[in-house]
Design a protein around this ligand. Structure first.
Ligand SMILES: Cc1cc2nc3c(=O)[nH]c(=O)nc-3n(C[C@H](O)[C@H](O)[C@H](O)COP(=O)(O)O)c2cc1C
Length: 439
């Protein structure tokens, strides 16, 4: 009897609580993101400029990064150029500006246009195959966009009219590679971010890449279930201070060098190499320019770069530590380890055929000590992807062949190059001679 009476009292309270929950949780998102379907229009973008004018090494040292931004109303040709550099089709009908594990292409590019310019307000989705945009004609409330960001990131977003987003559909890659596919997608994101920065630099524009923001908020804003990974507000740079320091430039007159766009066009995974040697100055130049990246929430101390040399003129066969802090090399072994590395690399022949291989590794001690180790791993992979993209482009500019190898036995690779405890190899990067070499 007592129990029944108690239930009678609880029922109205429970109903009131339920009503309150509905009001607090369900109503605000409905008001902010109305469920009507706004109109979608397809727009064809102008052809990208695949010649360009800024030498690749200038863009690498200048960087498209600025922590503080001011507004620039993007023109349609700038939008076209930027999207092409990040995900555009550059060879055949499928292959894109950045490498992709198994050509699974998990990345999607969106942007929001918060003020009307040559582009009308709304949000846009890039279709690489047709070099087109899907435009959803809707009012973009700046306040709603800003709510997804904090601190200086919010200030940067509040200063511009256009914010780009790189999103991922992980299942496209995990369907083929299982959980390792997550690492592959995060690496690929780094490749895309780096092309974004280089192309921005060539356009005279800047961004502040943001990796921590309200993901669900942005998914609601863009009406998508893809996972937003990086937000890139675009504008003019306002501070010189955070541009990475230019370092010693080893060789090659800039006027003879490939531009950003030419290097993007030339880059493709190359697995056939010819016999001969590569000068050490070229390898030093590639590593020197490629390692000036803008680390996102990390720094160079979490990475380890090994050079496994076989046929490098001026650098004897052996393995070397490449120090990211000052660009110097330390000899670790005088054995040609390319064959052993190939065996550890699932016997992929291009690892042994290349004149040299790079092994890029991450300090898992740092990753695991971070409060959110899955986030730490992701930003580390993005940084490695950024550096690897630079190496691919710089290699392409020299007419060298490169390929980013992500599939191998990690323990065996760590043993071959004698990695310090706690470091995990992420990429093996063969660099090999082709008939197009310009040294
Ligand atoms: C994360 C990642 C892992 C990759 N792993 C390998 C690999 O183990 N072996 C290989 O030959 N290519 C590998 N690739 C290269 C892709 O196969 C290549 O990018 C894709 O086929 C598209 O061709 P493209 O790079 O010429 O545009 C990898 C690429 C990425 C981004």
């Amino acid at each position: 009897m007592i129990v029944l009476q108690a239930r009678r009292h609880y029922k109205p309270i429970a109903l009131a609580l339920l009503l309150l929950a509905v009001l607090v949780v369900v109503l605000p998102p409905l008001l902010l993101f109305p469920t009507y379907s706004p109109e979608m229009t397809t727009l064809t973008l102008p052809e990208p400029d695949v010649i360009g004018s800024m030498p690749l090494s200038t863009a690498m040292r200048d960087s498209g990064y600025s922590s503080v931004l001011s507004d620039h109303q993007m023109r349609i040709d700038e939008v076209s150029q930027l999207l092409w550099a990040v995900q555009g089709i550059t060879h055949g009908s499928v292959f894109r500006a950045v490498p992709s594990a198994g050509a699974t292409y998990p990345l999607e590019l969106f942007f929001v246009q918060m003020d009307e310019s040559e582009l009308e307000e709304g949000y846009y989705h890039y279709i690489p195959q047709e070099h087109q945009l899907e435009w959803v004609n809707t009012t973009v409330d700046r306040g709603v966009v800003l709510s997804a960001f904090m601190g200086d990131d919010r200030t940067a977003v509040s200063s511009v009219s256009t914010v780009y987003f790189i999103l991922a559909n992980y299942s496209r890659t995990t369907a083929r590679y299982g959980d390792r596919g997550i690492q592959y997608v995060n690496l690929e994101t780094g490749h895309a971010v780096q092309n974004f920065l280089l192309q921005l630099s060539s356009l005279g524009l800047k961004t502040r890449p943001i990796t921590q923001f309200g993901k669900v908020w942005i998914q609601n804003l863009l009406s998508t279930s893809f996972v937003p990974l990086v937000a890139l507000p675009v504008g003019l740079g306002n501070d010189g201070a955070s541009v990475p320091q230019a370092r010693v430039h080893f060789c090659c007159a800039e006027e003879n060098e490939a531009t950003v766009e030419q290097a993007i066009m030339k880059r493709r995974s190359t697995r056939d190499y010819i016999n001969g040697t590569i000068p050490f100055t070229v390898i030093a130049d590639i590593l020197n320019d490629s390692s000036s990246i803008e680390y996102l929430d990390t720094d160079s101390s979490i990475l380890d770069v090994r050079v496994v040399a076989g046929q490098v003129d001026g650098l004897g066969p052996g393995s070397y530590n490449y120090w990211l802090v000052n660009g110097s090399f330390t000899e670790l072994s005088t054995l040609d380890l390319r064959g052993d590395l190939m065996t550890a690399g699932l016997s992929q022949p291009w690892i042994e055929d290349a004149q040299l291989d790079l092994v890029i590794s991450v300090d898992m001690g740092w990753v695991n000590a971070e409060p959110d180790s899955s986030y730490a791993h992701r930003v580390a992979m993005i940084s490695i992807g950024m550096m690897a993209q630079n190496i691919c482009l710089k290699g392409a500019a020299y007419g060298l062949g490169t390929v980013t190898v992500g599939a191998f036995y990690e323990d065996q690779v760590a043993t071959v190059v004698d990695l310090p405890g706690g470091f995990k190899p992420i990429y093996i990067m063969p660099i090999g001679l082709t008939s197009e070499f310009v040294g």
